[in-house]
Design a protein around this ligand. Structure first.
Ligand SMILES: Cc1cc2nc3c(=O)[nH]c(=O)nc-3n(C[C@H](O)[C@H](O)[C@H](O)COP(=O)(O)OP(=O)(O)OC[C@H]3O[C@@H](n4cnc5c(N)ncnc54)[C@H](O)[C@@H]3O)c2cc1C
Length: 428
């Protein structure tokens, strides 16, 4: 059977490897770079920048404590060059891994018709097609929006911007604010409504007060015009480079004639990642769901299995989300009520030198004290991403607070989540 996949990002590449492993004849079409947004312009770029930002914060701290006496200046072009070289190296590994799995990679812009995908003048007939074309940055209809940069332009800065105005209120806006503020920019966030409304209020307060200390956050303030060197708002003009981070739009234009799409252009799928067309599946940002790499990968695997005749379903319960700042911020939200508990982060690796300033992070959990059900957890700590991934697995497997009573960690770590669960299991 011919399985054709369009888009070589997290969803498409994972789907391609899965279908090839099952034994089908798989062609993966990518118009730009294997690895998609996550590797080339998104997660890994933020990761590379944030590593430098954290280094600066730590170096400043050690200087302040007179442990070190270092004087350094960031060469932003070198930072960008290092990130581009590193992602290039990872891309070569991913490409070779994909080919080794038996996937035929074709580079070019795919055009999709019934039963056939064409790239330039070559045609690739399909029995099953998986659409994994991702998403692109939403550009709001503000006068002068063309002067603003978006996430994929940040490595083009020649130097750290002296003043930076970030328009947006979500994860990407927050991450760039933390990074550029640590690197020395004067950062303003313009949020049309509430800033970071997806996170718990106590967690938001910690982020604003401790992790974005130097950032000026303007809530309920809209940019009415963007200039090459600033923005106009109803409260006046703000000077600086402008970065837009106001959301992503599913990239589904290519298949609009073949499958049903929703209001934002998202391809409508069921839990098997089947579209309205019996031979077409979709996965990743193009279906307009949670919009993270692990979810795109899960959807890619499910789409590939179903396309190859193996029944599978996605499971969106207790998916962890995260924000990269000086500490990782990770959370599994809950809309349900329960008993709330908070504790400060532990004095583990990455937090030890912040104990004296009482800045070791925070963990908050909501539980059903009687039944032991964990309803939601948010954690700010150097290890919160790892800890919450495991906590998500425990929650999906139906583990209770009392299952942590005899849980053994590796110490020292920042194990506040487990401590809190142990506390709940004993005292409710
Ligand atoms: C700045 C930023 C930071 C992020 N950080 C994180 C993070 O820390 N953690 C996390 O989990 N998620 C993060 N994300 C989200 C994550 O990057 C996406 O959810 C993920 O990349 C989606 O994968 P995808 O395969 O659906 O789409 P994409 O990665 O966008 O891949 C789609 C691919 O399809 C290709 N394509 C499109 N049209 C065609 C065509 N006509 N022909 C051929 N190829 C085509 C594109 O070139 C692209 O390579 C971040 C996103 C951004 C923007």
């Amino acid at each position: 059977m011919n399985v054709v996949i369009v888009g070589g990002g997290s969803a498409g590449r994972t789907a391609a490897i899965e279908a090839a492993t099952i034994g089908e004849n798989v062609t993966l079409i990518e118009m730009d770079k294997i690895g998609g947004k996550c590797l080339n312009t998104g997660c890994m770029v933020v990761c590379g920048l944030n590593d430098v930002a954290r280094f600066i914060k730590n170096a400043q701290k050690f200087n302040q404590m007179e442990i070190t006496n270092s004087n350094f200046k960031i060469d932003f072009e070198k930072v960008a060059e290092g990130i581009i070289n590193t992602t290039g190296k990872i891309r070569r590994v991913l490409t070779s891994e994909t080919k080794k799995a038996g996937v035929n990679i074709v580079y070019g812009n795919a055009d999709i018709k019934e039963g056939l995908v064409s790239v330039d003048s070559k045609e690739y007939p399909y029995d099953k097609l998986i659409i994994a074309t991702g998403s692109y940055a939403f550009i709001p209809p503000i006068k002068g929006a063309k002067y603003a940069k978006i996430y994929k332009d940040v490595l083009d800065y020649k130097d750290v911007p002296r003043k930076l105005i970030i328009i947006g209120s979500g994860t990407i806006a927050t991450e760039f604010a933390g990074i550029f503020s640590a690197m020395g920019s004067e950062v303003h966030i313009l949020s049309r409504g509430s800033f970071l409304k997806q996170v718990d209020q106590d967690i938001k307060d910690y982020i604003v007060k401790k992790l974005l200390k130097g950032v000026e956050i303007h809530e309920n303030l809209t940019a009415t015009e963007i200039y090459p060197d600033g923005v106009l708002t109803k409260s006046g003009r703000l000077d600086g480079d402008v970065l837009l981070a106001v959301g992503m739009i599913p990239n589904s234009e290519l298949v609009k004639e073949l499958v049903e799409t929703g209001k934002r252009g998202e391809i409508i799928v069921n839990k098997r990642m089947e579209t309205s067309h019996p031979n077409i599946y979709a996965a990743g940002d193009v279906v307009g769901g949670i919009g993270t790499t692990p979810v795109a990968r899960m959807e890619g695997v499910v789409a590939a299995r179903n396309a190859c005749g193996i029944a599978a379903q996605v499971d969106y319960r207790f998916i962890p989300s995260s924000i990269s700042l000086y500490y990782d911020v990770s959370y599994i939200n809950s809309n349900e009520n329960g008993v709330e508990g908070h504790i400060p982060g532990s004095a583990g690796p990455g937090a030890f030198w912040n104990v004296l300033d009482r800045e070791t992070g925070i963990t908050k959990a909501v539980v059903d004290a009687e039944k032991g059900d964990i309803k939601g957890v948010s954690s700010i700590s150097p290890s919160s991403r790892t800890v919450l991934a495991y906590t998500s697995k425990f929650m999906r497997d139906g583990k209770k607070t009392y299952d942590f009573d005899d849980f053994v960690e590796a110490h020292p770590s920042t194990d506040a989540v487990y401590k809190l669960m142990r506390f709940f299991s004993k005292f409710g």
